[in-house]
Write a protein that binds this ligand. Structure first.
Ligand code: EPZ
Length: 428
């Protein structure tokens, strides 16, 4: 398995292009199931998760064509065209779903298009049990019969889906997306209350509207949908990845460097920007992106609590912890979204950090210097927090099991090396 080797101590300087958002691309690809016409997605990141979902969609009969990186008819980045002329198979197998739990996002679209679906229940993952009960309950409210057998969801909507008033007991990004895709072809009106306000949900709603869906309120906690009979194809550029933006902003902050993040959208990282500014980091909008720098300003400890958007994102919690580990004071970091998202703590402590976990909170006491070590990646965002720590640690850090990283970061080591990091991928 590949490893990443880092020699710390360099201040990063330069420009990093921000790619399309993984967590927008996945539901957008699933939306191709909703029409027999061609959906063209551009600014697509080149990530393992994208390939996994493309593989799964292919089994449902979606014809997929990847166009290269060249600027293509005005598109930016990689262009993927998807066309589900007909759905040849409504089963999403365990073999694929276990590899990428976001595959559950095909459920709502298959039900809406075909009136039936057999989708493997996604297992949990390192950061939590991650049930899908909100997805299933919402589909039942839209008129689906849901039967759980042998680890699969067997869903049927013989007379089609019909609009319903759905109130989520708590915010779920995936449930909002799955039910939005089911509701757009349901008969009548649906409302999703306490819906996720994430930019990736807004991006999905924008694409569905371009395909002919009637959606109001995306980006607020109440989304209204008027069902339509069919959707048509469209071309859609995927929104920039706010978590990739935040991660590279942390790289500038932790190394005391100065980076311009090309394509970054400041309005998608307001809570993060506030926290980083309070910690002593400078973030300023520049033409076409965001400049993040921290010269010799002290890093001040800032308390953080993760919340659904527009709050501080849980997907930035591990990265923030790496930054706070070298602050001149202390920070309390509370994780409210997932029940087991502190697996980076023991690894950071092996690098000399001083972090103690008390239930859903971690007390981070800043230390003067981290020291390089061999560390183990456990999940996507934990792995990148170890890379961030390695960028500032004395000596050499080797991060094992970097396949976790490849799920969410495209060419991470190349982008960091181009800005002065001593970082390399060790293949074997
Ligand atoms: C999405 O996961 C993201 N993944 C996650 O990013 C992100 O951390 C998460 O939203 C929160 O922002 C994608 O978009 C592909 P949730 P999702 O449903 O939709 C519980 C990354 O690093 N829950 O908002 O699965 C759930 O267990 C990944 O890029 C239920 O209990 O998250 C969690 O504790 C990690 N029942 C909380 O709600 C349900 O039916 C929030 O989950 C659904 C969720």
């Amino acid at each position: 398995m590949d490893r990443i080797q880092i020699r710390g101590g360099n201040r990063l300087q330069g420009r990093i292009p921000i790619g399309g958002a993984k967590n927008a691309a996945l539901p957008l690809m699933a939306a191709a199931l909703l029409t027999d016409e061609c959906l063209t997605l551009s600014n697509l990141p080149h990530l393992a998760d994208i390939s996994t979902l493309a593989n799964l969609l292919g089994r449902h009969g979606v014809a997929i064509q990847m166009v290269g990186d060249e600027a293509n008819e005005g598109h930016i980045g990689r262009v993927l065209s998807l066309q589900a002329k007909e759905i040849t198979n409504t089963t999403a197998s365990y073999e694929l779903v276990r590899r990428m739990r976001a595959s559950i996002l095909v459920l709502g679209a298959l039900l809406a298009r075909e009136g039936k679906a057999e989708v493997s229940l996604p297992g949990g993952c390192a950061i939590g049990t991650r049930p899908v009960d909100l997805h299933l309950k919402g589909l039942q409210q839209l008129g689906a019969d849901i039967d759980l057998r042998e680890g699969y969801v067997h869903a049927q909507a013989r007379s089609g889906l019909r609009g319903a008033k759905i109130v989520f007991p708590f915010v779920s990004v995936g449930a909002t997306e799955n039910l939005l895709m089911a509701a757009v072809l349901a008969k009548g009106e649906s409302t999703l209350s306490n819906a996720s306000r994430e930019p990736e949900v807004v991006d999905l709603a924008a694409c569905l509207s371009a395909m002919g869906a009637k959606i109001e309120g995306a980006g607020t906690d109440t989304i209204c949908v008027q069902g339509v009979d069919r959707l048509h194809g469209c071309q859609h550029p995927i929104v920039a990845d706010r978590i990739e933006t935040g991660t590279y902003a942390m790289a500038a902050a932790i190394t005391g460097g100065d980076l311009v993040l090309e394509g970054a959208r400041r309005e998608h990282i307001v809570a993060l920007a506030e926290v980083m500014t309070d910690a002593g980091v400078t973030l300023e909008a520049v033409p076409g992106g965001l400049r993040v720098s921290r010269s010799d300003a002290e890093l001040i400890g800032v308390d953080v609590m993760t919340e659904p958007f527009p709050g501080f994102p849980t997907d930035m919690q591990a990265q923030m912890m790496a930054l706070m580990s070298i602050s001149t004071s202390a920070a309390m970091i509370t994780e409210t979204i997932f029940e087991n998202r502190f697996m980076h703590v023991p690894e950071l402590n092996r690098m000399g950090a001083d972090i103690t976990v008390h239930g859903a909170s971690a007390m981070v006491r800043g230390v003067k210097q981290l020291v390089g070590a061999e560390v183990m990646a456990t999940d996507l965002r934990a792995s990148v927090s170890l890379v961030l720590a390695g960028l500032v640690a004395e000596g050499e850090t080797v991060v094992h099991r970097v396949y976790h990283l490849d799920r969410g970061y495209e060419r991470l080591e190349e982008k960091l090396a181009a800005c002065g990091a001593e970082i390399a991928r060790l293949k074997h």
